[in-house]
Design a protein around this ligand. Structure first.
Ligand code: SAH
Length: 224
């Protein structure tokens, strides 16, 4: 008979086997960067969702995290991470839309430092607690409006945006270092696509469209 502890500590839906199935699926669906897959294999995604949803944490799906927001689909987290990393190691990455902190936790293990901006205070507070619990200390959080980026600490070698707007915020383009990479969804309603924007050494930008995606909107202003 299975003990109570086993039920609660990962013999069930959060077990290593369940996680391994997710990794297998991400791999089959085109995620090739083994560093990214290894990090996702290790991170307990069930700690980033409400307990009532923990049994679904290793499905390849977005899930609600309150305040009308969602934790991104693991495939999307993996894809955006590998796109950011594809040209070599990154020392400073700006993230817009901390949300649950899951993408933040993945990045924290792949780059030197992450600067993460979130407009909803309660989400930010919870994300902070989760990263502390996982001893991820190379992340700095800011409660603010992602449309403005984080000017004081710019430029960044990588920028990742996990909410969608009709256009790329100008501040984010300005804060991308020459040689830097930005991964950002752009569009409206059903018509959104993922863009990889590379800032060339001469300061110009090259945009690579990377297919249809679905994100929650990038809204305006901080919210207590
Ligand atoms: N990567 C997150 C995704 C969260 S959803 C995760 O996996 O959990 C997108 C997040 O962007 C939400 O938390 C939302 O509050 C935030 N957001 C939306 N507009 C924003 C803005 N202007 N500035 C900062 N964060 C914003």
């Amino acid at each position: 008979m299975r003990g109570r502890d086993e039920m609660h500590h990962g013999i069930g839906m959060t077990s290593q086997r369940t996680r391994e199935r997710l990794i297998q699926r991400l791999h089959e669906e085109g995620i090739a960067d083994s560093r990214v897959l290894d990090v996702i294999r290790r991170i307990p995604r069930h700690l980033f969702v409400d307990e009532a949803l923990a049994h679904r944490a290793y499905e390849n799906t977005a899930l609600p995290i309150g305040n009308n927001q969602t934790i991104s689909q693991p495939w999307m987290v993996a894809r955006m991470s590998e796109l950011l990393l594809a040209a070599g190691p990154l020392d400073k990455v700006l993230e817009i839309g901390t949300g649950s902190g899951y993408q933040t936790a993945v990045l924290a293990q792949l780059v030197e430092r992450v600067f993460s901006v979130e407009r909803i205070k309660v989400l930010q507070d919870r994300a902070k607690e989760r990263l502390q619990a996982l001893s991820l200390r190379n992340v700095v959080f800011r409660w603010g409006d992602g449309w403005e980026g984080w000017q004081a600490l710019a430029p960044y070698n990588g920028i990742i945006v996990t909410a969608v707007a009709a256009d790329v915020p100008q501040a984010l383009l300005d804060q991308l270092a020459p040689g830097g990479r930005m991964v950002i969804p752009v569009g409206a309603g059903e018509l959104q696509q993922l863009l990889l924007i590379i800032r060339e050494e001469d300061g110009s930008f090259t945009r690579h469209p990377l297919g249809a995606v679905r994100f929650v909107p990038l809204l305006n202003g901080p919210l207590a």
